[in-house]
Design a binder for this molecule. Structure first.
Ligand code: MN
Length: 255
């Protein structure tokens, strides 16, 4: 990770004349050197440390407000800051967390986007949970997907939700015997395509049997959210092999 030098002028702006040395230490050393060593510890992590340290001292003035805004800029989400403050509350003290939450609520006060609304609506029409953002496999997907584990006993089953236009890369469920995957449409409309064959539409209740060692992809239609249950069929020497993304050219032909 390349170092990104932080330019800070708050010290000189506020105290440059009154306390020039303090201003210099604030701008050039604390931010110019310490915060700027973000190749060693990310800005995001530095924000977590700073916000936690301020809350633990009961500092809930403009200094915490500034660092909460900074934390948001450094990529901390609304869900994460709620979790950070909740965790800190046990160690730093309940009232301090209350005070921090009042500020954090204002900083992360974005209106839910249309896409959040659509997701919430889709979730309501589905009997299985939507789960969490599918970050572990995001690199093998085009667009946003979500994963909810349904069963880890006997047969592994997950509910996979795709936003409109989202699909996974071409991939193969390898096995020396048995193996493969079974999909059952849960909500919305999507596609399954095996290499060299026409795509098959998946609607709620559609069952798809994917043999082991066959190259394929699955995902949402371009204009619909989509969810399917994915059953991992037990087998010997099973392994998933992820290949290239499904191009817009291939995907764009479907309707
Ligand atoms: Mn598959």
């Amino acid at each position: 990770m390349a170092q990104q030098k932080i330019i800070q002028t708050a010290g000189r702006d506020a105290l440059g004349e009154f306390a020039p040395e303090f201003a210099r230490l604030n701008d050039d050393v604390l931010f110019g050197e310490e915060w700027s060593r973000n190749d060693l510890l990310s800005l995001r992590d530095r924000s977590v440390v700073t916000v936690t340290a301020l809350i633990s001292q009961g500092i809930t003035d403009s200094s915490l407000l500034h660092h909460l805004q900074n934390a948001k800029q450094n990529g901390i989400t609304r869900t994460e800051i709620a979790e950070i403050i909740t965790h800190a509350a046990f160690y730093a003290g309940w009232p301090k967390a209350w005070a921090a939450f009042r500020l954090a609520k204002d900083v992360w006060n974005e209106e839910p986007t249309d896409s959040d609304d659509a997701k919430a609506e889709f979730e309501r029409e589905m009997i299985f949970p939507i789960g969490e953002p599918n970050t572990a496999y995001a690199q093998y997907f085009t667009g946003k997907s979500y994963l909810a584990p349904i069963s880890s006993e006997q047969v592994t089953v997950a509910n996979v939700t795709f936003e409109p236009g989202c699909r996974n890369n071409w991939h193969i469920h390898k096995a020396s015997s048995g193996g493969g995957q079974m999909l059952i449409g849960v909500a919305g409309r999507g596609w399954y395509q095996q290499e060299g064959q026409e795509a098959v539409e998946i609607l709620p209740g559609t069952v798809i049997h994917i043999p082991a060692n066959v190259k394929h992809w699955h995902g949402a239609a371009s204009d619909s959210w989509f969810a399917h249950l994915a059953f991992s069929v037990p087998g010997e020497e099973t392994q998933n092999v992820w290949l290239e993304p499904v191009t817009d050219e291939v995907y764009g032909k479907l309707d």
